[in-house]
Structures are given as structure tokens and as C-alpha cells.
Design a protein around this ligand. Structure first.
Ligand code: NAD
Ligand code: DAU
Length: 351
């Protein structure tokens, strides 16, 4: 079962952790990492496993139908773990069409190729779609997203992910394509591109630059260590029930401002600054358009059915993350040179 696996988006933040885990844990699988290497894709994330005999990288675009068809014919995939996406909400507000193209069309192209190549012989095959809790919309002060919560996406990013989820389920119901979806909360950890809150704040604190907090910092996110997400994907891929959706999260809600204050304390300690020094960099800026107030995942189903649970407390995970960024200055320098500077001034200068 599942001998040759296509992992899309494997050069990105979460994808690189998933690729590493599969390459290391399943030496008898062939892992093909397909990634277009957009600004968010970085092969440096995988330099430790690049020469493993069960790993191969292919550069390509999931929206390119004939290329994807050829890839399926060449490698005869048994499983697909689909992570490739445009993933940043702020960029989706700047350029929604790029999100519709990659997240909706790209997913549809992969679904279509799986169906064509597997030719209704679905024994031992699986299409696993990695999605987000943002498809459920925004919560008030109370309650959780469960697998039964109705979809209510509000940003171009979440609308494109919701649409891709619907296509996955449409292929399952219409063509019986064996598919599973998981919807995860906010991830943090190593190799996270510094346009997202935690790595951006670490980078700015280190460089004594303002740390931009949208609005009053009262929005709440539910944070999960990226390696725990990768383990959940492994568990669901191998033990999940076809046609099901699984929510993934660590019951770990933080107001943005509380999280940033905690991060500032950790940074003060690690950089041997006087307590309170980094917090002086906090700068409240114009809010994100349509900013969802609160996300909170109920991951009971995944825990009860498949036995998964997070391995780390947030404070411990955040400290590990800070240590990784401080030890990997070269990685941060490489990804923040060039085009990153243009994005940064477009996004923050006007705020
Ligand atoms: P990321 O932006 O770090 O990585 C995305 C990867 O996809 C990059 O390597 C990029 O080069 C590649 N890619 C983009 N467009 C492509 C295309 N057209 N063809 C081939 N490759 C392409 O994203 P991430 O944070 O690692 O997220 C991975 C997946 O997990 C996404 O589907 C995202 O929606 C989902 N997700 C992310 C989070 C989170 O907190 N980051 C939480 C839940 C779900
Ligand atoms: O919930 C899962 C989602 O989490 C994933 O599907 C997305 O791919 C991922 O990017 C993430 O989306 P968010 O929009 O929640 O993440 P981001 O790191 O961009 O923002 C986290 C919170 O911090 C959010 O409330 C906005 C706020 N923020 C963000 C940035 C970049 C700031 O206050 N200042 C900032 O500079």
C-alpha cells in the first residue's frame, strides 16, 4: 500500500516537515516532492535529506495539466499528499487571482489526474488534501470549530481553500475517488517564511525593528507546533477513514498581543537583553481587512479515533522555534533578501 507518494508543496514550511518525516520513517516508500519553488518554497529546508535514496525533488506547477498528467504516468503514484498552495492571507488580499489559480485550479488538476490515472481502480490509493481551519470562518468569544461546522470563509485565501475542499469532496462523492481532508489551525516552528506573524516578529525583534501588531492585537489564533501537524498528517494518511474530514489543533489559543509579549520575553532572555527591551518594539498598525476575530479547533475526533495528540507545550515549542531562528541566520538572510524587501514595504509602509 502507498508505495510511491506524491507530496506537493514539499519545499514550503509545513511540506518540508512532512517530506522529512515520510522520507525518514518510511524508507520503503518513494517520496516525490513536487514544488514550483515560489517565493515560499526553499530547497534549503530539505538539505539534510536531499540525497536519501527514497527521495526525489521535481520542480513544477500543479496548475500545469499536461505536466501533471505526465508526472502521474511516469511515477504511477499510489498516494497524494497535497500541500502546495498560496498560503498567506495578506497576499490574498493583494492578489486574489493567484490564490484562485493555485489553490482551486491546482487542486482540481491534481484530482483530475488522480482519477484519470487510477482509472476507477482505487485499491490502495489515497488523495489526502491538507487544508485549514480558516474555511470555517470566524468565531466569537466562545465555541470551537468541529468537523460539522458549516464552511464560512471570509478572505480570498480561505475562500480558495474552502473551494478546493469542496472539489475534493465532490470527487469523492461523484467518482468515489478515495480522499481525506484535514483542517489544521495555525502552525509555528522552524523554516516558517517571515511574512507570517511569529517568524516576522522574531526577525524584527532580532534586528530592533518595529513589530507590527494589527488592530489592537485582540484577534485569537490557535497555535500548533509544525512537527505535530506533520505527525498528524502521517497518522491520518495511514489510519484515517476515506471520505472523512479531521480537524487538527492543540487547544492552544492565544491573543496576538499576549503571544507577542511572550515572544518578546523569550527574545530578551535569548539575546541577553534587559527584561522589557523587546516589548518596546511592539507597534500597533492598521488592521487587516476582514480580519477574522478568533479561530479555535476542536481536535477531539482525531484524538479519539486515531490517538493523535500534540507533543509540546506552547512555551517550549516557541522557545525551540526562537532558538532555531537564532541558530539559522543564514537561512533567514537568504529568504529575506531580494523580493522579500518589496513585499515588506508594500505591506507595512502604508500601515
Ligand atoms: P507555504 O506557503 O510555506 O508553502 C507552500 C509551498 O507550495 C511552497 O513551497 C510553494 O513553492 C509551493 N507552491 C505554491 N504554488 C505552487 C504551484 N502552483 N505548484 C507547485 N507548488 C506550489 O505554505 P505552508 O504554510 O507550508 O502551508 C502548506 C499547506 O498547509 C497549505 O495548503 C496551507 O493552506 C495549509 N495550512 C497551513 C497552515 C499554516 O499555519 N501555515 C495551517 C493549516 C493549513
Ligand atoms: O489558521 C490557519 C492559517 O494560519 C493557515 O491556513 C494560513 O496559511 C496561515 O498563514 C495562518 O493564517 P493567519 O492569517 O492566521 O496567520 P498570520 O501569521 O498571517 O497572522 C496571525 C495573526 O497575526 C492574525 O490575526 C494576523 C496577525 N498579524 C499578522 C502579521 C503578519 C499581525 O498582527 N501582524 C502581522 O504583521
Amino acid at each position: 500500500m502507498h508505495n510511491t507518494i506524491l507530496i506537493t508543496g514539499g519545499a514550503g514550511f509545513i511540506g518540508s516537515h512532512v517530506v522529512r518525516l515520510f522520507v525518514k520513517n518510511y524508507p520503503h516508500y518513494q517520496i516525490i516532492n513536487l514544488d514550483a519553488l515560489t517565493y515560499a518554497g526553499n530547497l534549503e529546508n530539505l538539505k539534510d535529506i536531499k540525497d536519501q535514496p527514497n527521495y526525489k525533488f521535481v520542480k513544477g506547477d500543479i496548475t500545469d495539466e499536461s505536466f501533471i498528467d505526465e508526472l502521474f504516468a511516469t511515477y504511477k503514484f499510489d498516494g497524494v499528499i497535497h500541500l502546495a498552495a498560496e498560503s498567506h492571507v495578506d497576499r490574498s488580499i493583494m492578489d486574489p487571482l493567484a490564490f484562485i489559480k493555485t489553490n482551486v485550479m491546482g487542486t482540481a488538476v491534481l484530482l483530475n489526474a488522480s482519477r484519470k490515472y487510477w482509472k476507477d481502480n482505487y485499491e490502495g490509493k489515497l488523495f489526502y488534501h491538507v487544508s485549514t481551519d480558516e474555511v470555517y470562518g470566524s468565531l466569537g468569544e466562545e465555541g470551537f470549530f468541529t468537523e460539522q461546522t458549516a464552511y464560512d470563509p471570509r478572505s480570498p485565501y480561505s475562500a480558495s481553500k474552502a473551494s478546493s475542499d469542496h472539489f475534493v469532496m465532490a470527487y469523492y462523492h461523484t467518482y468515489h475517488l478515495p480522499a481525506i481532508i484535514s483542517n489544521c489551525s495555525n502552525n509555528y516552528g522552524s523554516n516558517h517564511f517571515p511574512e507570517k506573524l511569529i517568524p516576522l516578529a522574531i526577525h524584527n525583534i532580532k534586528n530592533n525593528k518595529p513589530v507590527p501588531v494589527y488592530g489592537k492585537g485582540e484577534n485569537v489564533r490557535d497555535w500548533l507546533f509544525v512537527e505535530d501537524h506533520a505527525r498528524a498528517i502521517d497518522t491520518i494518511f495511514h489510519k484515517g477513514r476515506v471520505g472523512e474530514t479531521y480537524n487538527i489543533g492543540g487547544f492552544n489559543e492565544w491573543k496576538n498581543i499576549d503571544l507577542i509579549n511572550l515572544l518578546c520575553m523569550i527574545m530578551d532572555k535569548k539575546l541577553q537583553r534587559a527584561p522589557g527591551t523587546s516589548a518596546q518594539l511592539i507597534t500597533f498598525v492598521k488592521d487587516r481587512a476582514g480580519h477574522d476575530l478568533r479561530y479555535a479547533i476542536d481536535a477531539t475526533k482525531l484524538n479519539k479515533e486515531l490517538g493523535w495528540e500534540p507533543s509540546l507545550q506552547f512555551e517550549e515549542g516557541l522557545e525551540k522555534t526562537v532558538e532555531w531562528y537564532l541558530a539559522n541566520e543564514e537561512w533567514l538572510e537568504h529568504v529575506t533578501s531580494g523580493a522579500y524587501q518589496d513585499y515588506y514595504s508594500d505591506q507595512y509602509q502604508k500601515r
